[in-house]
Design a protein around this ligand. Structure first.
Ligand code: NDP
Length: 289
């Protein structure tokens, strides 16, 4: 039986529409408008595209977006000074420094310099710690998008066997912690896992984030599994594919995300979600769960 497609484009559009309403309500009730600062260093073409998409999303939702562009040879101190200025700007609720940074700048130092309560990317060690202990904080956008996709598709997470393939700090580890928070039983796999197929076949929910096409094939999943494919890989023929053998796995799965159009569109929606929540905290009103 062919799987139900988990449509990230439609779900992210729904989230953005809800956020636009939240922004209107916040402005009417408290006069606070959420503000996002986006910092770009250098002229990496992919980074420019991402920054443009984030500005456009802010505009659509009624958020204030401020863009700061530093030259590619900017010093670490220049960037840290700008981050400090934004930390102290009362109209800025979220600071996003577009990664990767030029090699003269230490990314970890910059992430640590962002005030944890404006770290809408969820990469600051304080927010990572909050995620580990399960207290309120910013959750990183891509894995948070995975959780929203699952919840809005009514996937049962409590008690589910969840297997995550990949253990990066930006996807694998945080998504595993979020699934644990949702009461799933989690297993995290990586390149040294002995028998990946054997572990994946246990999964009710399988999240794959390796950056390698066909990491998961049909023989590695059980019937009825829900598959979230985070991977984005460009094949030699120009085609964009995920990390899962979509055509074959979708014949066994009960639900699956496509690539493109699955997890991808969720990332910016969750960045907006985090920024609106940050503004709600500033305004002293309850945040969205
Ligand atoms: P990383 O390269 O940082 O991590 C990949 C992980 O996969 C590592 O933990 C690695 O193991 C593991 N791995 C690699 N090969 C295998 C294998 N054959 N079997 C089991 N595990 C394996 O990647 P990211 O987490 O940053 O990204 C993963 C994918 O998600 C990429 O395709 C990326 O483009 C995509 N992505 C998409 C986003 C979006 O849609 N918005 C955002 C972020 C990422 P080990 O640790 O042992 O090396």
């Amino acid at each position: 039986m062919a799987a139900k497609i988990i449509d990230g484009k439609a779900i992210s559009a729904q989230i953005r529409a809800e956020l636009a309403e939240e922004v209107k309500k916040l402005q009417q009730e408290t006069s606070v408008t959420p503000g996002l600062a986006v910092v770009l260093v250098g002229d990496n073409p992919a980074s420019k595209v991402y920054v443009g998409q984030k500005e456009k999303a802010c505009e659509e939702l009624g958020l204030v977006s401020k863009k700061y562009v530093l030259p590619g040879d900017a010093s670490e101190k220049e960037l840290l000074d700008l981050v400090e200025q934004l930390n102290n700007d009362p109209e800025i609720d979220g600071i996003l420094v577009q990664l990767p940074l030029p090699k003269q700048i230490d990314e970890n130092k910059v992430i640590a310099a962002i005030h944890p309560d404006k770290d809408v990317d969820g990469f600051h060690p304080v927010n990572v710690g909050r995620l580990v202990i399960g207290t309120e904080g910013f959750k990183p956008c891509t894995p948070y998008g995975v959780i929203h996709l699952l919840k809005r598709s009514d996937v049962q997470l409590t008690g589910a066997e969840a297997v995550v393939v990949g253990r990066s700090n930006i996807v694998g580890k945080p998504v595993a912690l979020m699934l644990l928070q949702e009461n799933a039983t989690i297993t995290v796999c990586h390149s040294k896992t002995k028998d990946l197929g054997e572990v994946c076949r246990r999964a009710d929910v399988l999240v794959v984030a390796t950056g390698r096409p066909k990491t998961v094939t049909a023989d590695m999943v059980k019937d009825g599994v829900v598959v979230i494919d985070v991977g984005v890989n460009r094949l030699e023929n120009g085609k964009l594919v995920g990390d899962v053998d979509f055509d074959a796995v979708s014949q066994k799965a009960s639900a699956i995300t496509p690539v493109p159009g699955g997890v991808g569109p969720m990332t910016i929606a969750m960045l907006m979600y985090n920024t609106v929540n940050s503004a709600k905290r500033r305004a002293g009103v309850p945040v969205m769960a």
